[in-house]
Design a protein around this ligand. Structure first.
Ligand code: SME
Length: 150
């Protein structure tokens, strides 16, 4: 996407300004999902939160999604198991991909950590186009969620 860096740069400033002064994680996740989604027009933008040993659906923008994902399952569960950002250019090529929506063609999942460095949640974004996400998205999205849970 043209000017992707510029869009992320502006988005990061907007996110910092919006989240500053609010400590509730759900409120902040809800606004963050909306800001990312509105900026880029992705298919689905949202959060999964670790609860009782599973990923449970959090605030999101887009169509109805799976509510619970086990560690190691799909792109989301793999990002948790590996505790690393995963960029999937073509979801049909990812073994075990969980198809919440048949329109989803590419995906990125970014881990979120608390102040002690524990994996506590993740940001998941789906695109209806192939190969939407690359290292630039990974870098900026990691920056955008870096302070969310701290
Ligand atoms: N596709 C994900 C599941 C979550 S939804 O896309 C919102 C996965 O394979 O983990």
């Amino acid at each position: 996407m043209e000017n992707k860096e510029a869009k992320y740069n502006l988005l990061l400033k907007q996110v910092k300004a919006t989240l500053e002064g609010e400590s509730d994680i759900i409120a902040n996740m809800a606004n963050l999902a909306a800001m990312i989604h509105q900026t880029f027009g992705f298919w689905w933008t949202g959060f999964y939160i670790v609860r009782d040993g599973m990923l449970v659906l959090g605030p999101f923008q887009g169509p109805v999604a799976c509510t619970r994902i086990a560690k190691g399952r799909g792109v989301c569960g793999t990002a948790w198991a590996k505790d690393s950002t995963i960029v999937v250019p073509d979801v049909e090529e990812f073994p075990g991909h969980i198809a919440c929506s048949s329109f989803s063609r590419s995906e990125i999942v970014v881990p979120i950590h608390d102040a002690e460095g524990n994996f506590v949640a993740e940001l998941d974004i789906d695109s209806e186009k192939l190969a939407t996400f690359d290292d630039t998205d990974a870098l900026w999205l990691e920056r955008i969620v870096a302070d969310l849970w701290k």
